[in-house]
Write a protein that binds this ligand. Sequence first.
Ligand code: PGA
Length: 227
Amino acid sequence: MKKIWIIANWKSNKNLAEALDWVSQVGEKLERKDNINIVVCPQFSEIEEVAKQIKVGKLPLMVGSQDLSPFTEGPYTGEESASSLQGLVQLAILGHSERRKTFGETDDTVAKKVKRALETDIIPLVCVQNETTPVPTGCNLVAYEPIFAIGTGNPDTPENANKIANLLKQKYETPTRKLEVLYGGSINSENVKKFVEQEHISGVLVGGASLNPNEFLKIVSECLNYE
Ligand code: PGA
């Protein structure tokens, strides 16, 4: 059975109380399944409390960050070093198109962030716009997120997402390197099943629709029943 990732990217939404409320509402209703990894990515300031709540409640959720610094520890005011996140998050979303567009993040910066993540045992999840965006060495988890689909209610077709996922695999897979490719962009409980059913798609990165606990639970249950 294929492993499926369902990743909630909250972006700059939810204060701490809202974040903890979401975790308690979602966490207790989640079915435990070995082939499903569910990851919640809050803002930095909420990560520690969210991680604590998940640990105490033994909830079937992982925690991710939405970014991390390309630098190691040191004089980098405002940056969140990977070592400060080590042990708190299992995954980091890197090179999201909002970071590339609004914060001028380049492919080189993304490659440095991947390195920092790998040094600190954090799984790097690199977002790409299509098969031409570079996937740095050591990164085996990728999200195909076309810009036209992000936050617009206008997703790519599942068939085209599958095609791009396949192209990425052909480009980067070797006998010793396997790539898992997720799709992101206007995913909701109505359309998610069609994406995870695609041969080359191993899950979804969900923005807007992940904010509402009930909608997110519906997305998860669609993914549990995709076979
Ligand atoms: P969206 O965002 O689901 O709101 O389109 C996805 C993302 O930006 O990762």
